[in-house]
Design a protein around this ligand. Structure first.
Ligand SMILES: *Cc1c(COP(=O)(O)O)cnc(C)c1O
Ligand SMILES: *[C@@H]1O[C@H](CO)[C@@H](O)[C@H](O)[C@H]1NC(C)=O
Length: 463
């Protein structure tokens, strides 16, 4: 805190603190170092080296070894006993703490395990993990350049790269805490763009609104409508065809119906890679409808966005460049690790900041010693925000576009392989030929084969 500029910043920051905090903050500025919480730097280092060892051995080596279990499964009551969860007044020794770390890993699900086949992500990318470890260790917040100089610039570059894959040479964006939140941002931005008054005056200034999405959409659209005060009734559910794709003619029809009921259509959320079937909505046709009616087009590409990296398969998202906003989760198909979700915007009018900013004077001073346009804090509704760009950036540096493209292509090849193997076997029934990496099928047990006509067939099959 030596330069005059910095101390004047410190002063303005201190003035905003409650008096109880002042003495501590001044101590931080004056003294050489705060006493470490654990008291003993040697012990701190020993603990962390030991923990890293446990992580590498237990979570990474064993956790990705096919000869080990995905999870040591226990029923909740037994697990509570085993973990000894209660927090007590007396602290524990390093040995005990290390044993606790091992137990946490032992009873947790190893999502990097080759036999982990759960929701939409799996595998372990070592570079992304390295990025996550560095992120956690630095414990900084993404909101201003002064506290996150590296990550502010890095986030900008990663978002620029993702936008370029969408097909935009300019625009805006932000990393959000997950695709659900990215979707909610898109809805809020679309509403604000149409009714800027709503930021100050709230919902009472608005007519009843309508947004449109298909029956196969992710449930976060409904949640978002509730959370943003639109109400779930404002979500109009458009038909999907037998492959799970939104039917543009039905979208057109639903828009007409909503208008006839006195609602104002403002947004369509198309899905690129639906969560269950892996369907890609026909974006060109949907963009035409949006253009005709002046509606914001959001593309929920949380799951399918990463297909844009594949020259072979990116045609599935043809038309995405006509969207106003795109949600894309590199934490799913790209295996960047939870969480890593980008909201991308075509907008260049600072819509994000206008919609979500509140110009907090203690954090976002306009007379800083760098370009304050770099401060991202007023783009979001959070205050502190995790660094989510490093894990993706580091993995991308290690893999290059080509390495990531190979991974995506390989996922398609594996899905195809699975389908071909199923076709060779009795008892497997495909729900449909997949066009993405979701392979939906029934396994029909011996006792039910050839009994499709019996009245309880579907109930028994489900069981
Ligand atoms: C997973 C998913 C989401 C939600 O993303 P989270 O990061 O889990 O909140 C939204 N849309 C689609 C299509 C998804 O598959
Ligand atoms: C991490 O940063 C937050 C502020 O964002 C701070 O409150 C907290 O004490 C830090 N934790 C550690 C362990 O450094």
């Amino acid at each position: 805190m030596s330069t005059p500029l910095k101390s004047s910043f410190l002063l303005s920051y201190l003035c905003t603190l409650p008096p109880a905090l002042l003495s501590r903050e001044i101590l931080m500025a004056d003294s050489e170092a705060l006493p470490s919480l654990a008291g003993d730097p040697v012990a701190v280092e020993a603990l962390l080296r030991a923990v890293f060892g446990v992580v590498v051995d237990e979570a990474i080596q064993k956790g990705t070894s096919v000869s080990q279990k995905v999870c040591e499964w226990k029923e909740p009551e037994e697990l509570k006993q085993l973990l000894d969860l209660e927090l007590r007044s007396q602290g524990e020794s390093q040995e005990q703490i290390l044993e606790r770390c091992r137990a946490v890993i032992r009873y947790s699900v190893k999502t990097g395990h080759p036999r982990f086949f759960n929701q939409l992500f799996s595998g372990l990318d070592p570079h992304a993990l390295a990025g996550r470890i560095i992120t956690e260790s630095l414990n900084t917040s993404q909101y201003t350049y002064e506290i996150a100089p590296v990550f502010v610039l890095m986030e900008e570059e990663v978002l620029r790269k993702l936008r370029a894959l969408v097909g935009w040479s300019s625009g805006d964006g932000i990393f959000c805490p997950g695709g659900s939140i990215s979707n909610m941002y898109a809805v809020n931005l679309a509403r604000y763009q149409r009714y800027p008054d709503c930021k100050q005056r709230g919902l009472r200034t608005l007519p009843p609104l309508a947004l449109f999405t298909s029956k196969e959409c992710h449930y976060s659209i409904q949640k978002g409508a509730a959370f943003l005060g639109l109400g779930t009734d404002s979500v109009r559910v458009v038909k999907a065809d037998e492959r799970g794709k939104m039917v543009p003619e039905d979208l057109e029809r639903q828009i007409g119906m909503a208008e006839a009921e006195g609602a104002v259509p403002f947004l369509v959320s198309a899905t690129s890679g639906t969560t269950v079937l892996g369907a890609f909505d026909p974006l060109e046709a949907i963009a035409d409808v949006c253009q005709r009616h002046g509606l914001w087009l959001h593309v929920d590409a949380a799951w399918g966005g990463s297909v844009l990296l594949s020259q072979t398969h990116r045609h599935l998202l043809d038309g995405i460049q006509r969207a106003d906003s795109v949600a894309w989760n590199p934490h799913k198909l790209l295996a960047a690790g939870l969480q890593c979700s980008a909201l991308l915007l075509q907008d260049t009018s600072n819509l994000l900041k206008r919609c979500h900013g509140s110009q907090a004077s203690y954090l976002f001073q306009q007379d800083k010693f760098y370009d304050v346009a770099l401060d991202t804090g007023d783009k979001v509704v959070q205050c502190g925000r995790r660094v989510d760009c490093l894990k993706l950036w580091l993995m991308w540096k290690a893999q290059g576009d080509q390495g990531l493209e190979r991974r995506i292509d390989q996922a398609f090849v594996l899905a195809r392989y699975l389908v071909e193997e199923m076709k060779k076997r009795e008892g497997f029934e495909l729900v449909m030929e997949p066009e993405f990496v979701n392979v939906c099928f029934w396994f029909v047990p011996l006792t039910l084969r050839g009994k499709q006509e019996s009245p309880d067939y579907h109930e028994r099959l489900s069981k």
